[in-house]
Design a protein around this ligand. Structure first.
Ligand code: FMN
Length: 221
């Protein structure tokens, strides 16, 4: 297991941004993998957490056996990195459990309905819950990417409660005005919207605007 504080104080020099990326057991492991890659590509220091079910879904949906935490980031990215610090969810003795650790924001992608309930109730059952609790209490950016359909009234009420507490609810809903050609394009759209919320510039999708519209209109003329 990486020693989070040692890694943080050691190899990484003045990162532009520091973001907590939590992955929970909703369908959508490709969103998590792409989000991790995009954050690393843009030079962000990423603090990575995966729930037990998320680890299983990474195997189911991506065909990746994560193994021990030391190799999670490398296996997800397909290459080594020194920009990702992995934390275990049962490890409350982590920098993420305290508001003293300065972070620019946190994203939970994908976010299970069970987690929404846990976050909304302040249960703090593990380090993911605790990091969300800290992010909210410190008034920092929190982006939740729920993946479920249809939605129960309970889930909708939990989202409303979290939104009122300051979280951004960003459902995994790809758009089609960007004319996605592949599933990766659709995944990139959602990930790009997450990065927008964290004010991280990216090229995950083309920006819709007058130029796009005019060029399509011209093509169709
Ligand atoms: C194959 C599979 C797919 C699942 N997909 C979803 C989903 O899309 N959304 C959801 O809210 N829960 C989904 N679940 C249920 C969650 O994994 C379950 O509620 C779990 O307790 C979530 O725990 P976690 O948030 O700690 O990962 C799925 C479970 C499995 C096994």
């Amino acid at each position: 297991m990486f020693n989070a504080l040692e890694r943080h104080n050691g190899a990484m020099n003045a990162p532009q941004k520091r973001v907590i990326l939590a992955v929970t057991g909703a369908s959508g492991a490709p969103y998590a993998r792409r989000c991790l890659a995009a954050l690393v590509e843009t030079g962000v220091e990423v603090h990575l957490l995966l729930s037990k079910t998320a680890v299983e879904l990474v195997k189911d949906e991506l065909g990746i056996t994560l193994g021990s935490t030391e190799v999670w980031a490398e296996r997800l990215l397909g290459k080594p990195t020194d920009r990702v610090i992995v934390h275990r969810v049962e490890q409350y003795h982590s920098s993420l459990a305290s508001g003293g650790m300065l972070v620019d924001g946190m994203v939970v992608i994908p976010c299970s309905m069970g987690r929404l309930g846990s976050f909304a109730s302040g249960l703090s059952r593990d380090l993911i819950d605790r990091a969300v609790e800290v992010t909210l209490k410190e008034g920092r950016k929190l982006v939740l990417v729920p993946r479920e359909t249809p939605l129960s009234q309970i889930s909708i009420e939990n989202m409303l409660k979290l939104s009122r507490a300051g979280a951004t609810i960003l459902p995994a809903m790809p758009a089609f005005y960007t004319h996605p050609k592949t599933l990766d394009d659709a995944v990139d759209f959602v990930v790009g919207k997450v990065l927008d919320q964290l004010t991280i510039s990216h090229s995950c999708f083309p920006r819709y605007g007058i130029a796009n519209h005019e060029s399509r209109a011209t093509n169709h003329a």
